[in-house]
Design a protein. Sequence first.
Length: 149
Amino acid sequence: MPDISLVWDVDNSRGDWQLVGPVLLTGNDLASAALISLFSDRIANPDDVIPDGTDDPRGWWGDLGEDQPIGSRLWLLSRAKQTQETLNNAVDYSREALQWFIDDGVVARIDVFAQWVRTSFLGLQAIFYNQDGTTAAALSYAWAWNQIA
């Protein structure tokens, strides 16, 4: 039985469930898991600079004591400038968040690319490959970073 699908609500910048008639949409398990992995706030590393100037490392309390926290550190880029370093960090944070797909044998490989789509708008693409080398999914997120200055 497939899981309930998580879909991105562009207008409200959040993931949500979607109804198909009177029932929740199911399927799209890989895309739903990628959304959770990329857009849930992972706890910051001790040496990360918190962008809002507080000492709040975010993250989920259920990750305490876990080797592999859920989510990504993409939230650290919320006030980042439009530089190559920001693109590099977006790729690194995304790879870190998606590594569990490889570790758990869900896919064999993931390629992650980031680019500036236009001023203050970062695009991210993640391509997931099956064990036989075929593409399992190619997911693009060009709307997620529109607040970067």
